[in-house]
Structure formats: C-alpha cells, structure tokens
Write a new protein. Structure first.
Length: 159
C-alpha cells in the first residue's frame, strides 16, 4: 500500500516532528508513507471572502500539482463522514483488497480545503466536529492509519 499525505504548511514544532517521524516509522512494515508539504498562504486578519478564495486557489493549485493519477483521494473535512477507528480500518482494508493500492489524504491549511478539492475526493472524512490545527492533525492522521493496520491485523494496539 502506498499512502501519500498532501498537506498545506510546514511543521515547525519539534515535538510534532518527533511524533510524525515515530508513526511514519511504525507504518513502515505496512505501507510506504510519503508526506508532501506545500507552501501555505498568509491569511490577513479580516480577509474578505474573495481574498480567502484567492488564498485557497493558490494552495489548491499546489496540492493538485502533487496528485498522482489514479490515486484514491480522501479529503479531511470537518463536514465529511465520521467513522470510528474500526470503520476506518475496514475502509482501508476494503481499498487494499479491491486494488486501490495508492491512497492520498489531503489536509488543508487554516482555511481548509477548497470546494474544488472536496469535489475531487472519493471520500470526505471528518475525525471530529472539533477544529484541530492542521499541523497537529498530521500526527493524529498518522496515528489513526497505524491503528487501522493494527486493527486489521488483529493486534492489541487498538485496545
């Protein structure tokens, strides 16, 4: 399985980098994980809707440039479908068994993902109705992917 995580913005916090590195390493036996970051645009305080659309358009173009043809796209979206950890594990297992060996997760910047990217997604997934910093969310996503593999293998990590 090849897992690509395309995300807006860079990680600056050392503790987040360490956690991301740890879960990327743990996923090594199960999948090839690639994390690609694109530059985020600064959003001025009080930005108009038009300014926000322009910012999202720039970030969208950068993300789209990294999408591989034929990949299964999962967009992380607060309004997406909620799955439990076992349901998420089942979804990943189903993709693998039906020949979808390349999955791309999209994580937007502070303004989220554009409507264009959300429409391109094969699945819009929400981990919570809460808002998380997009930098922290990378770590949460990697942990949940790792948990999914452990669930699918019947290993005790999930408990």
């Amino acid at each position: 399985m090849q897992i690509q995580i395309l995300t807006v913005g860079k990680i600056k916090e050392k503790y987040l980098k360490m956690g991301i590195d740890e879960y990327t390493k743990r996923l090594g036996p199960f999948a090839r994980v690639e994390i690609r970051e694109v530059k985020d645009e600064k959003t001025p305080d009080g930005a108009s809707a038009a300014e926000e659309e322009q910012i999202q358009a720039k970030e969208t173009a950068r993300l789209k440039a990294l999408l591989k043809p034929g990949t299964y796209i999962i967009a992380l979206d607060i309004k997406g479908k909620n799955l439990s950890s076992p349901e998420f594990a089942s979804q990943l297992d189903k993709l693998a068994t039906t020949g979808q060996s390349h999955i791309t997760f999209l994580i937007g910047g502070s303004l989220g993902l554009s409507r264009e990217l959300l429409k391109m997604a094969d699945l819009r997934l929400s981990f919570s109705a809460m808002t998380f910093p997009h930098q922290l969310f990378r770590l949460i996503l990697l942990e949940q992917i790792y948990r999914a593999y452990k669930i699918n293998r019947g290993e005790p990590y999930h408990k």
